[in-house]
Ligand binder design. Structure first.
Ligand SMILES: [Zn+2]
Length: 165
């Protein structure tokens, strides 16, 4: 939002200075000249102050535009990156779903699982398997610390989304 008050203040101060300049032409005494000169200085200081304020606002707007532009870039990057993945439940009989890389989008990257929690927060975090003795295979996220019980004793390695039946 542009604050026009400082622009208005600047315009009015400059108009005041112009009025004083016109007054100079009809001067009658040294005292009048001095008074007018003081008034003129005051108006110029006012105008200068208003110019500083306008510059401040201008800089704030430039900063806001930069921030917004970088947010737009981030969103576009994530949109592109996230479209390489799809949410799949690869282990029948379990509600477990994780993000799988699409083979068509892999660019020769190996298949891997991504944490669904982190994905919602627009972050990519690869899940690693962890199986303690006597327990089912768990998928562990090193970023959000999520631990997902697959319910299986063995799940094999990650596959591309297209290869899951
Ligand atoms: Zn996570």
């Amino acid at each position: 939002m542009v604050d026009v008050s400082s622009i208005t203040a600047m315009t009015s101060a400059l108009n005041g200075a112009m009025d004083i300049k016109k007054g100079l032409l009809s001067l009658k005494s040294q005292a009048e000249l001095q008074a007018l000169s003081i008034e003129l200085n005051a108006k110029l200081i006012e105008a200068q102050q208003a110019i500083f304020e306008v510059n401040d606002e201008r800089q704030k707007l430039i900063d806001q535009i930069k921030t917004l532009q970088s947010k737009i870039d981030e969103m576009r990057d994530w949109e592109k990156e996230s479209s390489r993945y799809t949410l799949i439940s690869p282990w029948p009989g379990t509600p477990v779903t994780v993000y799988h890389l699409k083979k068509s989008e892999s660019n020769s990257e190996k298949p891997h699982w991504l944490c669904p929690n982190c994905f919602q927060n627009k972050k990519k975090s690869i899940l690693n398997t962890n199986q303690k003795k006597g327990e089912r295979v768990h998928l562990v996220c090193s970023v959000c610390k999520a631990t997902i019980n697959t319910g299986y004793n063995g799940i094999g390695g990650p596959q591309y989304a297209e290869d899951i039946k």
